[in-house]
Design a protein around this ligand. Structure first.
Ligand code: FES
Length: 211
């Protein structure tokens, strides 16, 4: 059975967020992928084909989107998925050394999951450059200023069963409806209520100058 076979109302609800045109339908790609990843931890090849069929595109295009965003995974991840920022500021502050230490300590490489539930990934800037080097735990939060000693204590705590509280939650989270929120709970980003056809003026520009 495919993932969405018994979730047709959910599919309909997600598709209804976007215009019914072929292009609009394809806009449902990311929230559909998010549903699968939330359930399985990653998006497999059969799931890519399933989503492609739902929105009228190809599995190749679905894969190309997946591969662009480090937040989507095409292979299983562990209970503790540790993502090390490797962009310039973190690199200058020692993220390469942190990565080597982390992978050697856990004896794991990207795409693998250890028996005790660790997986690792190098990612681009996570917007915490002032506290480099840093790493992100799952979709939950950031550990900042991670020295080797701190890395060791984080791993030890996780191996003991629970991750220490992160220094900050991930700045923007996406809820089940695809809406974006800051850690403070403030809604950010566009939602379907704020969109309007290009042929019309936005509500805020109903008077005055041209748009
Ligand atoms: S460079 Fe690492 S968080 Fe920005």
């Amino acid at each position: 059975m495919l993932y969405f076979d018994d979730k047709q109302s959910l599919v309909a609800e997600i598709l209804a967020r976007y215009p019914s045109s072929p292009q609009g339908k394809r806009s449902a790609l990311m929230p559909l992928l998010r549903e699968i990843q939330n359930a399985h931890g990653f998006v497999s090849e059969p799931h890519m084909a399933e989503v492609a069929a739902l929105i009228g595109t190809t599995a190749t295009e679905v894969r190309s989107v997946l591969s662009f965003y480090s937040t989507y995974h095409t292979m299983p991840t562990g209970r503790f998925h540790l993502q090390v920022c490797s962009t310039l500021m973190c690199a200058l502050a020692g993220s390469d050394e942190l990565w080597d230490h982390l992978t050697e300590t856990l004896d794991v490489q990207p795409g693998e999951v250890t028996a005790d539930g660790f997986s690792v990934q190098r990612v681009e800037c996570l917007g915490s450059c002032g506290t480099a080097p840093m790493l992100q735990l799952n979709d939950e939060g950031y550990y900042e200023g991670v020295t080797r000693a701190r890395c060791d204590s984080l791993i030890a705590a996780m191996r003991a069963g629970s991750a220490p509280e992160t220094d900050h939650p991930v700045p923007v989270v996406v809820d089940a409806d695809g809406r974006q929120f800051l850690a403070t709970g403030e809604a950010v980003g566009a939602n379907t209520d704020s969109l309007y056809p290009l042929s019309t003026k936005p509500k805020s520009a109903s008077s005055g100058g041209s748009v």
